[in-house]
Design a protein around this ligand. Sequence first.
Ligand SMILES: Nc1nc2c(ncn2[C@@H]2O[C@H](COP(=O)(O)OP(=O)(O)OP(=O)(O)O)[C@@H](O)[C@H]2O)c(=O)[nH]1
Length: 210
Amino acid sequence: FKISKVIVVGDLSVGKTCLINRFCKDTFDKNYKATIGVDFEMERFEVLGIPFSLQLWDTAGQERFKCIASTYYRGAQAIIIVFNLNDVASLEHTKQWLADALKENDPSSVLLFLVGSKKDLSTPAQYVLMERDALKVAQEMKAEYWAVSSLTGENVREFFFRVAALTFEANVLAELEKSGARRIGDVVRINSDDNNLYLTASKKKPTCCL
Ligand SMILES: Nc1nc2c(ncn2[C@@H]2O[C@H](COP(=O)(O)OP(=O)(O)OP(=O)(O)O)[C@@H](O)[C@H]2O)c(=O)[nH]1
């Protein structure tokens, strides 16, 4: 559970590569170079003292590369759908990007993030209008909404830390369920006479509830 796969999808030129590069390398390139197929970055974190990594898959937005990119969608624990805050069409297209990504993943367990990019190019008035529409789309998708700028770095670090925290939490919970079906709220027995300090209620009568 110490690694999570994250895919980044969205229209061409919305800023997916720049977003990843700002976070992983703290760089920004103002020249557009289309991603061909996919690119990959690994970023290491420490969550509650435990090493944890995000595999960030930067996919191509161009139609002609979509076919290659979509073969990398499978097994994602989080999907980041990026749109340009200054291009309403790119927001409209996010629903299709999500639908395509969900074909390869389990919709009930994957975490979703809707990210508006290039915030530095919006005036406050334009931003307010776009944010209203974006929040509506995010609500429909059950995604968390973020607005970022890779040029200034605004919100980029905070956003990826949030992705890391939520994917880590989801992985830990999934691991707990797998290894003995212990759920939060389960009754456990703590008894120092036992070799096993933690036993689920189904195995022994509890003397102590947590
Ligand atoms: N002003 C500004 N420009 C940005 C920002 N993010 C990206 N850009 C510019 O937008 C263009 C496209 O950025 P990319 O990151 O390459 O876009 P992409 O979504 O990866 O594109 P594809 O690989 O074709 O899917 C580049 O010229 C970037 O410099 C931003 O936050 N602010």
